[in-house]
Write a protein that binds this ligand. Structure first.
Ligand code: NAD
Ligand code: DAU
Length: 340
């Protein structure tokens, strides 16, 4: 079974490659990635020579290349995206291009190469397509039938791609399956996202920029649990179905920041309160009952605080990885986003 993985050189994609090569030896992976700012070949340095792994440098907007690649695979796991909310507030254009048009390009390329709809297309999406939840009703969670109400340019571009993907199932009968996952954490996450940003800032002796009142809530899931869920949907899921993935692990940002400070032996004075993100979603929470009861998935690696401690330790132990990433263009982004 050969999988086309898009965006495999990013955070979740590179972990997917590692998880599949380690735990699912019957699969081969063909990773296509444009190597944008967040795509990094070093994320896969340990597996680049694996016999079941191949890399193609390419853009999902390239129809000719995507059509060629589709002929060589049995299924597609689509992760390539512009993924950072703050960058979508600075410039939304690449989000619409890659997330919406890139997804449509892939679907058309697959449709042409597979007129009998024998190949599965998994669209890896986000819980942010559902908008946000209030802080004062803890029983409310996102589920598969929650209406879309995206609030950022990023989440609206992901909602657009979800709708296009599902439309190709309804219109052409393609085997499209969508996953909507909550916030991931783990190794090799680009240090623009809150956990690696805060941990690496603290190692560098810098303060951590906490947005607004710090009460915004996220539902944290370890990246390996996310990727096992994607494999579960590939192997046991059904065409035309959506599956919500989450860790039942809600933390507000202040709580998360305190946990990181405690693990790293740093004090409250390292928190710098900064202006809130525009349109900052208040709370995300996932009800993953469908995935658990219908497909038998359970998270096994997200237990808190141990999984957070292990993640912090990974950044402490892998300083050369993030120091490379935090040089060059990253500095311009940091100055634009946080000033200074
Ligand atoms: P990331 O930014 O770390 O990685 C994205 C990858 O896509 C990079 O390797 C990049 O080079 C590649 N890419 C971008 N544009 C491309 C293009 N036009 N053609 C080919 N490759 C391109 O992102 P991530 O956090 O690993 O997220 C992966 C996917 O999972 C995204 O679709 C995202 O929306 C989704 N997701 C992320 C989270 C999370 O917490 N990070 C949660 C739920 C869903
Ligand atoms: O929910 C899934 C989504 O999770 C994915 O679809 C996105 O690709 C991924 O980036 C992530 O989005 P968030 O916006 O939730 O993640 P981020 O790490 O950017 O922020 C997490 C929370 O931390 C959020 O409430 C904003 C806050 N934050 C973030 C940064 C970068 C801060 O307080 N300070 C910061 O500097």
């Amino acid at each position: 079974m050969k999988l086309l993985l898009t965006g495999g050189s990013g955070f979740i994609g590179s972990n997917f490659v590692r998880v599949v090569l380690r735990d699912h030896p019957e699969y081969e992976i063909l990773n296509v990635d444009a190597l944008t700012y967040s795509g990094n070949p070093e994320n896969l340095a340990d597996v680049e020579d694996h016999p079941n792994y191949e890399f193609v440098h390419g853009n999902i907007l390239d129809m000719e290349l995507m059509s060629e690649l589709m002929q060589r695979v049995d299924a597609v796991v689509h992760m390539a995206a512009e993924s950072h909310v703050d960058r979508s507030i600075i410039d939304a254009r690449p989000f619409v291009e890659t997330n919406v048009l890139g997804t449509q390009t892939l679907l058309d390329a697959l449709r042409k190469s597979d007129p009998d709809n024998t190949k599965t297309f998994i669209h890896v999406s986000t819980d942010e397509v559902f908008g946000d939840l209030p802080l004062d009703d803890k029983d409310l969670k996102f589920h598969e039938d929650t209406p879309f109400a995206p609030s950022s340019p990023y989440s609206s571009s992901k909602a657009g791609s979800d709708l296009v993907a599902m439309a190709y199932h309804h219109t052409f009968g393609m085997d499209v399956r969508i996953t909507n996952c909550s916030n991931n954490f783990g190794a090799y996450q680009f240090p623009e996202k809150v956990i690696p940003l805060f941990v690496t800032n603290l190692i560098e002796g810098k303060k951590v920029p906490l947005y607004g009142d710090g009460q915004n809530v996220r539902d944290w899931l370890h990246v390996e649990d996310h990727n096992e869920a994607v494999m579960t949907v590939l192997e046991k899921g059904k065409a035309g179905e959506r599956y919500c993935i989450g860790g039942n692990n809600e933390r507000n940002n202040l709580e998360l920041t305190h946990s990181i400070l405690e693990i790293m032996g740093k004090g409250e004075e390292m928190i710098e309160r900064v202006t809130d993100r525009l349109g900052h979603d208040r709370r995300y929470a996932i009800d993953a009952t469908k995935l658990k009861t219908q497909l038998g998935w359970e998270p096994t690696r997200s237990a808190w605080p141990q999984a957070l401690e292990a993640t912090v330790k990974w950044y402490v132990d892998n300083e050369s990885w993030w120091r490379n990433v935090k040089s060059g263009a990253y500095r311009e982004y940091y100055a634009k986003q946080y000033g200074g």
